[in-house]
Design a protein around this ligand. Structure first.
Ligand code: PGA
Length: 251
């Protein structure tokens, strides 16, 4: 079974509703002939239903940038998996490094969020990655090992059939520094064997592993050509549809 590449745009805390809709509409026009690549955009919670409605029936999928793991209740300011699904999303980004850094997300909360996403039928994109210090101290693989093992603790391979992994070295996010082809290749190969050891060879084979961190039109082709790279999670370069389409058309 081959893995269809996924090019996902994480819009972070950018764009008002109307701005998000405008970008999504431009992107959907630019994407109308795209085949064999899946495209996803993740607007803010507020823009998500507007964007979903505006591009309904197009090839572009919608994702959320986060969720709260409880189903409902007195959790002021939070949004559940069911609410996200009902608003038109198919994917949800979980454990992004900015959430780990600024919002005290831990592998334990990440694991509960993955569970909640799976229970609602949302496809989780689990983000993992080492900091610059961790890389300098040669802890990259042990950090990733822990993030994957603890973030996916308690699941069997069948439950994880829709999982997407996103390797995003923290030092490459929004910095303009991209991991080298060798660094990305080594990590992605490592992650695939980790999935095999923890779950099954089938899951290791079918799970898409994205690279994220300063992906741009100029480096997309090189990154996407690396064995075991099945797509990209793009921040800054996804905000402008005319720029993002160049990454989507990396071939
Ligand atoms: P960047 O962000 O492309 O702006 O580096 C990537 C991400 O945070 O997912």
């Amino acid at each position: 079974m081959s893995r269809t590449p996924l090019i996902a745009g994480n819009w972070k805390m950018y764009k008002t509703g109307p701005e998000a809709v405008e970008t999504a509409l431009t992107l959907s026009r630019l994407c109308s002939k795209i085949q064999d690549v899946e495209v996803m955009i993740a607007p803010t919670f507020l823009s998500l239903p507007l964007v979903a409605a505006s591009i309904e029936g197009t090839r572009i999928k919608i994702g959320a940038q986060n969720l709260y793991f409880e189903k409902q209740g007195a959790f002021t300011g939070e949004v559940s998996a069911a609410m996200i699904k009902a608003a038109g999303a198919e994917y949800v980004i979980i454990g992004h490094s900015e959430r780990r850094l600024y919002f005290e997300e831990t592998d334990t909360s990440v694991c509960r969020k993955i569970k909640s996403a799976i229970e609602e039928g949302l496809k989780p994109i689990l983000c993992i990655g080492e900091s610059e210090t961790q890389r300098d101290e040669e802890k990259t693989f042990s950090v990733l090992d822990k993030q994957v093992s603890d973030g996916l603790k308690g699941f069997g391979p069948d439950e994880l059939a829709q999982l997407v992994l996103a390797y995003e070295p923290v030092w490459a996010i929004g910095t303009g520094k991209t991991a080298s082809v060798d660094q990305v290749g080594q990590v992605h190969q490592y992650l695939r064997s980790l999935l095999e050891n923890l779950f099954s060879s089938n899951l290791a084979h079918t799970t898409r592993i994205l690279y994220g961190g300063s992906v741009k039109p100029e480096n997309a082709k090189d990154l996407m050509s690396i064995k075991d790279v099945d797509g990209a999670l793009v921040g800054g370069a996804s905000l402008d549809a005319n720029n993002f389409i160049k990454i989507i058309k990396y071939k």
